[in-house]
Design a protein around this ligand. Structure first.
Ligand SMILES: Cc1ncc(COP(=O)(O)O)c(C=O)c1O
Length: 217
């Protein structure tokens, strides 16, 4: 099993951190991610020695034990030293940042839970709230809602407007009748509110008030 923890790095399932399940787990340190560096970065976690050796080789253009002998086709995928230094510092405060994100999510959910569908955690799970995504009820036009928030200085994002199976790159693959109706519906209904660990309560309240007023307009 290969896991993707790009948006869940730091989260747990039954008290186990993501990254400890399966054969290997990838994550991203892109700035928008919960543990972000200041540019591009990422990591792969595995307990499998053989796989780790192969991945290290692929990371440095396929080098073998003689570093000028490339034994496979690889990538240039080193983590830049500056980014690593930034990540080491940010790791020290990562747990505090996760706690702060959870507080924001709890406050949003308490204030908005009776107006829109708010995210719910599955049993046994904790979240790092890479995003805080709400789902609008039928009959609420998402573009109008986003424009109303924007007019009040509240940015929103759509994660994601197109499902994977709708990507142009996959258009030549067969899709069953009806495609993936749940994914397709969610991609039209969801909208993400501002979320980061340094969102103070006054700003959260502005976001909440903007959502309320956009829904009652
Ligand atoms: C779930 C998930 N996996 C993988 C990636 C890719 O990360 P990167 O662009 O750093 O390779 C992203 C980035 O948005 C993501 O959200």
């Amino acid at each position: 099993m290969l896991d993707d923890a790009a948006q869940g790095f730091g989260a747990t399932y039954k008290n186990r951190k993501l990254g400890t399940f399966g054969l290997a787990t990838g994550t991203s340190f892109f700035p928008a991610k919960p543990l972000g560096c200041f540019g591009d970065g990422g990591a792969i976690f595995t307990d499998d020695e053989e796989l780790a050796r192969t991945l290290r080789s692929i990371r440095v253009h396929g080098q073998g034990s003689d570093k000028y002998d490339n034994v496979r086709l690889g990538l240039t995928a080193r983590l830049d030293t500056m980014q690593a230094a930034i990540l080491l510092e940010k790791l020290k405060i990562f747990d505090d940042e996760i706690a702060a994100r959870n507080k924001v999510a709890e406050r949003y959910s308490r204030a908005l839970g009776n107006l829109v569908a708010v995210p719910r955690l599955a049993p046994g799970c904790t979240s790092v709230w890479a995003q805080y995504t709400i789902r609008l009820s039928d009959g609420i036009d998402r573009d109008t809602f986003a424009a109303a928030l924007k007019a009040q200085g509240v940015p929103t994002m759509i994660y994601y407007p197109k499902s994977v199976h709708q990507q142009t790159a996959y258009s030549h693959y067969p899709v069953a009748d009806g495609g993936l109706p749940v994914s397709e519906r969610l991609s039209k209904d969801v909208i993400a509110l501002p979320m980061h660990p340094y969102l103070d309560e006054a700003t959260q309240d502005r976001v909440i008030a903007a959502v309320r007023s956009a829904l009652s307009a």
